[in-house]
Write a protein that binds this ligand. Structure first.
Ligand code: ATP
Length: 216
């Protein structure tokens, strides 16, 4: 089984990392591949550059064999579309290996605006991690897809290469990258929300500050 967990990771935080390890446990020790996106098609400018986000991510997973960084979307020129990533992975893995894409409900709520979204269930399973917030519109395409393709359980994902949608409700830490960027811009510390090496590097490079030369 090959599992990818994409995001902006601007910056990566303990919410992302704990979730990734929880998923690894539930998937029988599968490695989780964190895939930072280059230019998020649905979002504006990021706080740090793609290279800086990648460097922070690598620091965050150093020494944790269950977590790996896959930088393919940064290497590819231009906007990164999940469908392209999944096609590329499907080619590399062959037709039979289960491929799993992990998304939060916030991201999945806009799934029917992703490029080539209708092809995605044929390329991979989708694991939707329930996050606090409004949830899915029951009449919308993402919720309908979830009902149509609902997996009977985790084991079902091991038994076919793609095509199922599974909702999971793992314990989540109440941390967001937006909150971390705001804290730093306000001159407050995000310590204990991000791994120490990540915070050290953010400070060293002066990232996310409203005015360089601030409080840190
Ligand atoms: P931002 O605040 O900038 O929107 P974020 O913290 O939500 O960022 P992203 O990089 O956008 O992080 O998220 C990547 C993926 O991680 C998304 O699928 C999102 O739902 C999920 N995610 C974000 N924060 C958490 C968290 N605290 N626990 C579990 N999953 C999270």
């Amino acid at each position: 089984m090959h599992v990818i967990y994409g995001g902006t990771f601007d910056p990566v935080h303990h919410g992302h990392l704990r979730l990734a390890l929880e998923l690894s446990d539930r998937f029988g020790g599968a490695r989780i591949n964190l895939v930072p996106c280059h230019i998020p098609p649905h979002r504006g400018d990021t706080g740090a550059t793609a290279e800086q986000r990648l460097a922070l991510l690598k620091l965050a997973v150093a020494g944790e064999p269950q977590l790996q960084v896959d930088d393919r979307e940064l290497v590819r020129a231009g906007a990164s579309y999940t469908a392209d990533t999944l096609r590329q992975l499907r080619q590399e893995l062959g037709a039979d290996v289960p491929l799993v894409m992990v998304v939060g409900t916030d991201a999945f709520a806009g799934f029917d605006r992703w490029r080539d979204w209708q092809q995605i269930p044929d390329l991979a399973h989708i694991v939707v991690v329930r996050r606090p917030g409004p949830g899915l519109d029951p009449a919308g395409e993402p919720a309908r897809l979830l009902v149509r393709r609902q997996a009977s359980g985790l084991q079902a994902l091991h038994e076919q290469p793609a095509g199922l949608v599974l909702e999971l409700d793992p314990p989540l830490l109440d941390i967001s990258a937006t909150g971390i960027r705001e804290r730093i811009a306000d001159g407050r510390s995000p310590r204990y929300l991000v791994p120490d090496p990540v915070w050290d590097e953010i400070r060293r490079q002066g990232l996310y500050r409203a005015c360089p030369g601030g409080n840190f």
